[in-house]
Design a protein around this ligand. Structure first.
Ligand SMILES: [Zn+2]
Length: 240
């Protein structure tokens, strides 16, 4: 069950005060996807993960806490074009715009997540080419985050598994296979190894579709996901 509530938010860029809907609580049932997208019900709260100011067009997870350089970014033609790009779902535009603000502030990790969320918004709208575009941008941003020492999660190996899935689902199978190969030089936990083995199988089958962590760990049963497996629990709880 998801609970929502209304909250008055003052945009930190233009000062406009608006009523926004926030998530009080939600829950998950099942397995996240390989790129960490949560299962139901949280999956469908994605519309509440980004706010857009109706006055100045600033986009952020919370409009009252926009990054420092937002004022400059939201006036650029690149931002304004993206904000109203009719080729993308409006929700995806908001996430991409939020990522542009994070990027201008050197927040590569937050920018990566916003682009991943944009890809999910495109998935939901069945706009595959746009989802591919978002995933390619997310993969490039993730590498920027990696290079600067910013991490997307504290879960060991998670950043590499996310990168592999972004590349695979963007159709960049050779690149995804290369990242898996390179990751073998790093000592990592068994769960990561199993996810990478499963990704290798998908790549060899030219499968660029959506799959879950439960499938990778062999925890998908005829009755749904086996909720009691310890490895699964460890990986799940981080993303809740
Ligand atoms: Zn504003």
């Amino acid at each position: 069950m998801t609970t929502l509530y209304k909250k008055s938010i003052r945009c930190s860029v233009c000062g406009d005060e608006s009523e926004q809907t926030a998530i009080g609580s939600t829950s998950i049932f099942g397995s996240p996807d390989l790129d960490t997208r949560p299962p139901e019900i949280k999956r469908y709260t994605i519309h509440k993960w980004v706010q857009r100011c109706s006055v100045c067009g600033s986009c952020a997870s919370c409009l009252s806490q926009t990054s420092a350089h937002a004022q400059d970014v939201i006036q650029t033609s690149e931002y304004l074009t993206q904000l109203s790009d009719s080729n993308f779902p409006e929700l995806a535009n908001s996430f991409v715009c939020a990522s542009m603000i994070h990027e201008s502030n050197g927040e590569w990790s937050a920018a990566t997540w916003a682009l991943i969320h944009a890809a999910w918004a495109c998935d939901d709208a069945s706009q595959s080419p746009q989802a591919v575009t978002c995933r390619k941008r997310a993969a490039a941003m993730l590498r920027k985050a990696q290079a600067s020492g910013q991490t997307l999660s504290d879960q060991p190996g998670a950043i590499t598994t996310i990168l592999v899935d972004l590349l695979r689902r963007a159709g960049e199978l050779d690149e995804a296979a290369k990242v898996i190969q390179e990751s073998k030089a790093t000592k990592t936990e068994d769960t990561v190894i199993r996810i990478m083995e499963y990704q290798t199988e998908l790549i060899q089958a030219n499968d660029i579709g959506c799959h879950t962590i439960a499938e990778a760990l062999g925890e998908e049963t005829d009755h749904g996901v086996n909720e009691s497996k310890p490895a699964r629990k460890r990986w799940w709880q981080f993303w809740q």
